[in-house]
Design a protein around this ligand. Structure first.
Ligand code: SIN
Length: 482
């Protein structure tokens, strides 16, 4: 049995962290989040939904095949099969937790279509508010759960190590006060790195802090070079941009250039619903040539307030009514396929430290994640890990001294903004050797100034080492045609 005195600490309140904490019952869990209300996670912003082969004409094998194609066959095949096979059960579990998915007039679950999918298999909630509905329901379950103690408003900025094993965390609250929490096990469910880029669809908290912490503790990383760029964020000034869900293109919206020409014509057989990396590079190429790209959704039928309330509200807030005018769009950093290397259960290379969801890399997404597989992985991976930890005997804590491994100071705001711009320019949808090398040198020079520069240096190193294009990692200098 677990040691009675020490809880498991889960860091992060998105889909993966919530699912992990719920599945650990009855083992005591402390769930630590930066946000107070659970809204700060990228999960809560996810629009499209959750992929699951639920149509009788569809199959887990087809879902797996699409996942492998999107991932450029760089995926771990066993993990892909596990993900696709578990998807229908994940939907059923979410319904049991109170997530209400959208249904058609006959009462059947509505299945949407997104890029890279050979069938309509995206289950969604509140139209395009799937992530918000999921986080809301799971958070309500967590708050009812007697075994989970939730604490918001804290940043985990250090890991406690004893005799080579992770033995807890150090937190920093909003007033800068540090506290140590000893734990039997620490699970990082801290999300991705999108906010390290100047243009992202992620929230500001998706800044790679958990990945940086794991690396500081010596955990091995995997596939750090693979960053997915969503092709359609709203092209307005700012850092964290509103996402324009791919489901809109699934519903008939089309991309065009400034001259009104179909952007994806002749580029890929799936046209506007080509895999994200293909569409994102096409949009980026148009921008690099001095043009602007537009998404025309004015022909999308139906009740926008019901089907696409999130997109409608975000666009209207910026003065664009998508029912009447085409929307300016830009690629934006969206998802990190790489992360802390884990096995199928979430174990990192550091004893006592686990990772799940976007911060982790178990190989399931390969070189490019298929649309609507991320909430799915968070839920399935979190439940798998939670159940494992609940049933894993833990030895009594050692008696050696505790050591704190710190993530380190943050870059000052001006240097951080410059780093975001540098990564966008050198490590974005299109990369080449010289820009990667120069950016790496800048980050190496800044490495002592802030943890974001050290993390960026690790990312850039992986991007430099993979000299050929694969999936979302596109090397313009040595790119294979695709
Ligand atoms: C989208 O709605 O376009 C994004 C969904 C995803 O990232 O899978």
């Amino acid at each position: 049995m677990r040691h009675a005195q020490l809880p498991i600490v889960v860091v992060g309140g998105g889909a993966a962290g919530l699912a992990t904490a719920l599945a650990m019952a009855p083992a005591p869990v402390r769930l630590l989040c930066r946000a107070h209300d659970g809204r700060g996670s990228a999960s809560a912003l996810a629009q499209g939904g959750i992929a699951a082969a639920l149509d009788p004409r569809d199959s887990a094998a087809a879902h797996a095949a699409d996942t492998l194609i999107a991932g450029a066959q760089h995926n771990d095949v066993a993990m892909v099969q596990w993900l696709a096979a578990g998807a229908p059960a994940a939907i059923a579990w979410l319904q049991a937790q109170g997530v209400v998915f959208d249904r058609d007039a006959q009462g059947c679950l509505q299945l949407g279509r997104e890029g890279g999918h050979s069938a309509a298999r995206i289950v969604h909630a509140g139209g395009d508010a799937s992530g918000a509905a999921l986080v809301h329901a799971l958070r309500a379950r967590v708050q009812e759960a007697a075994h989970v103690q939730w604490r918001g408003g804290v940043d985990v900025d250090g890991l406690l190590l004893r005799e080579g094993c992770v033995a807890g965390v150090r937190t920093r609250d909003e007033r800068g006060r540090h506290e140590r929490i000893e734990a039997s096990t620490v699970v990082l469910a801290t999300g991705g790195i999108g906010a390290l880029y100047a243009r992202t669809s992620n929230p500001p908290g998706a800044d790679g802090a958990g990945l940086a912490l794991g690396l500081a503790a010596g955990a091995a990383a995997r596939d750090l070079e693979f960053v997915q760029f969503h092709p359609t964020a709203l092209d307005v000034p700012g850092h964290c941009l509103p996402l324009i869900t791919e489901a809109l293109r699934g519903a008939g919206a089309r991309l065009h250039d400034g001259g009104g020409h179909a952007l994806m014509a002749g580029v890929h057989p799936l046209g506007d619903l080509a895999p994200r990396d293909v569409v994102a590079r096409r949009v980026a190429a148009e921008q690099a040539a001095g043009g602007r790209v537009w998404l025309d959704a004015t022909g999308v039928d139906g009740d926008w307030a019901r089907r696409f309330p999130t997109v409608l509200a975000a666009c209207c807030a910026h003065g664009f009514d998508p029912r009447r005018v085409a929307l300016p769009v830009t690629p934006a950093a969206h998802f990190h396929m790489g992360g802390l290397a884990t096995d199928a259960d979430g174990r990192t290379s550091v004893p006592g430290l686990y990772a799940v969801g976007e911060v982790a890399c178990n190989g399931v997404h390969g070189a490019n994640r298929l649309a609507s597989n991320s909430l799915l992985e968070g839920v399935l991976g979190g439940r798998r890990l939670g159940e494992l930890l609940a049933n894993t005997p833990v030895p009594a804590p050692g008696s050696g001294p505790l050591r704190v491994v710190e993530r380190g100071e943050s870059l000052p705001p001006a240097q951080l903004a410059a780093l975001h711009a540098l990564l966008w320019q050198a490590a974005g949808p299109v990369r080449e050797a010289r820009a990667l090398r120069d950016a790496w040198r800048v980050c190496a020079a800044l490495a002592e100034a802030g943890w974001q520069a050290r993390l960026a240096k690790a990312l850039l190193r992986a991007m430099r080492l993979r000299r050929h294009s694969l999936g979302a990692h596109w090397r313009q200098d040595r790119g294979c045609p695709r």
